[in-house]
Design a protein around this ligand. Sequence first.
Ligand code: G3P
Length: 217
Amino acid sequence: MKFFVDTANLDQIREANALGILDGVTTNPSLMAKEGIKGTENILKHYVEICNIVDGPVSAEVFSTDFDGMIREANVLTALHPNIVIKVPMIKDGIKAIRYLTDKGIATNCTLVFSAGQAILAAKAGATYVSPFIGRIDDSGVDGLQLIDQIVNIYNIHGFETQVLAASIRNTLHIIRCAELGADVVTSPLSSILGLLYHPLTDLGIAKFVEDAKKMV
Ligand code: G3P
């Protein structure tokens, strides 16, 4: 399972990359706005900076919701760096845009996916990645992980090549369950990835080893 970090924060991307376990980055307009990035030039520059940190796919989301606008933006974003993946919302024009970009050999990430039906459409359109938002589904009172299970199963039955990219990860357990369910990728805040490190018995064990090591010098 690949690990992407879901942030536009350069320090966090550097920290995740320095661990040696980072496979890519996803961003969205909310994450970019959170970093205070304003204006087309700065937005494009920021994507290039991300691409220069991590050697893997970097999802850059289009802001337009109409086909022509999405393709116009996609052409500009694609020219920035070979690792850019065009993130397109799950709407009718988005599906058309994914088919168009796929036919041009451009990688896409179909975002804002909340149902198996939407995931089937994304795969039919040839999306490279499909992004089910499991945390937001949990927030609505439904188990988001069930959707990962359902999509992985459907894609396996029909041999769809679209990769299941579990998004809207809220905690470390989400990552572990996605691994069990066969998600191809998780995109997660750095905090949830770092959460995988911790176990109290590891901390106790380290303290004891450090103490005993001192007896030998
Ligand atoms: O990048 C898309 C997704 O991961 C957003 O997550 O936390 O805003 O629901 P969140």
